[in-house]
Design a protein. Structure first.
Length: 248
């Protein structure tokens, strides 16, 4: 399947989106609500591109639009750049103190009079990645709530969620560090709930919550060794090294 992006002919795979094809070929299309491993959300609109099919031209979200044979794509037309600037401007008005948003504003040369900027900066840009991560995990402990200017990500009624397992996946995928997760020696607090931490049997470092461990065991139907990712990598590396020695 042949797809043209910015005048360059590319070989596309069946089921691939325009954004995936572009990333695979080192063509920059900005995106805020896209993360490798997740389906496209089409929410932020930063990844808008212009496509031409036959004599028809239109703007689409590249993260959700599947490639088609002989599709022609333009990623940085004047109209698209203007739309992206408007999106960044709206984010900056809402989150002027966030470093991620500040970097975008600088990149797109956004200059806004101080009197229009919110005094209280909200780091959340409503990309929805945290909600998607929680849904993919199977817990759906958080979601988008309210409408309009009051829209936000939260647990039901902003209360402690019985479905949250404290895994921290939501905080890990958040591009703006808007989700607060704090840890002390033995506990982790996130979404108004405090969890007991489990230590690695090898290095002794606290690495996950008891609820996350139990959730994983229920999914797999078996007992899981309490070993952190870092120690698992060391074990795998040592095993591979030993196998390599035995072969040669």
């Amino acid at each position: 399947m042949k797809v043209e992006i910015n005048g360059k002919m590319l070989n596309a795979n069946e089921g691939e989106t325009i954004l995936e094809l572009a990333k695979r070929n080192d063509i920059n299309i900005p995106s805020l609500c896209h993360k490798k491993g997740f389906d496209g959300l089409g929410r932020c609109r930063m990844c808008l591109v212009e496509i031409k099919e036959g004599h028809r031209t239109k703007l689409v979200s590249s993260c959700v639009y599947p490639v088609k044979d002989e599709l022609k794509v333009q990623t940085h037309t004047d109209e698209i750049i203007k739309i992206r600037k408007d999106i960044v401007m709206l984010m900056y008005l809402k989150s002027p103190k966030n470093k991620y948003v500040q970097k975008l504003a600088e990149e797109y040369e956004i200059m806004i009079p101080e009197k229009y900027v919110q005094k209280i900066s909200d780091d959340c840009i409503l990309c929805g990645l945290c909600v998607e991560a929680c849904r993919e995990l199977g817990t759906s402990a958080i979601s988008m709530v309210n409408r309009g200017t009051g829209k936000k990500v939260s647990t039901p009624y902003d209360d402690e969620s019985k479905d949250c397992i404290g895994c921290g996946s939501c905080a890990e995928v958040c591009p703006t560090n808007a989700i607060t997760m704090t840890e002390n020696e033995n506990t982790r607090t996130i979404w108004n709930r405090t969890f007991e931490l489990v230590s690695c049997e090898i290095c002794g470092k606290n690495y996950t919550t008891l609820e996350t461990l139990k959730y994983s065991e229920n999914l797999l139907g078996q007992k899981i060794e309490c070993i952190c990712d870092e120690c698992k990598k060391k074990i795998t590396a040592a095993t591979f090294k030993e196998s390599f020695k035995n072969i040669y």
